[in-house]
Write a protein that binds this ligand. Sequence first.
Ligand SMILES: [Zn+2]
Length: 135
Amino acid sequence: MVQVRFACGHSRSVTFPVRLCPLQRNRTLSLLARSTCPSCLRELRQRVAQQQCRAVGLPPLRGNTPQVVGLAEQIRAAVVRAYMEQEASPTSEVLALLATRRDAGWWCVRRMALWSELHCRALVSELQTESEEKP
Ligand SMILES: [Zn+2]
């Protein structure tokens, strides 16, 4: 196990495969030393997702931990991006549906939306069905 210091200043223990040659091992260590640590990378992704959702007027999500809220914001931002890539901006109808769900746990259960635009569309369809079923 080797202690790696990332470019962001954080350190982390890294384990290499026993058979990894010294050259490859040094290249990997050098690459990691020039990279951002996984925690800082996650925070950055979450901050960008929050900014994208605020930019289209979506309210902040609510959840038990910052990690859950952060993941949920990323999922919701993926849906917004999927619509932006197709239509320049999501319709007000889609945004109104996305704004109905502020519980971070609800979004995290549907994290498949991060995988593809198809999953994003399925999630919006689910919201449409829910809103039609409400009295
Ligand atoms: Zn870091």
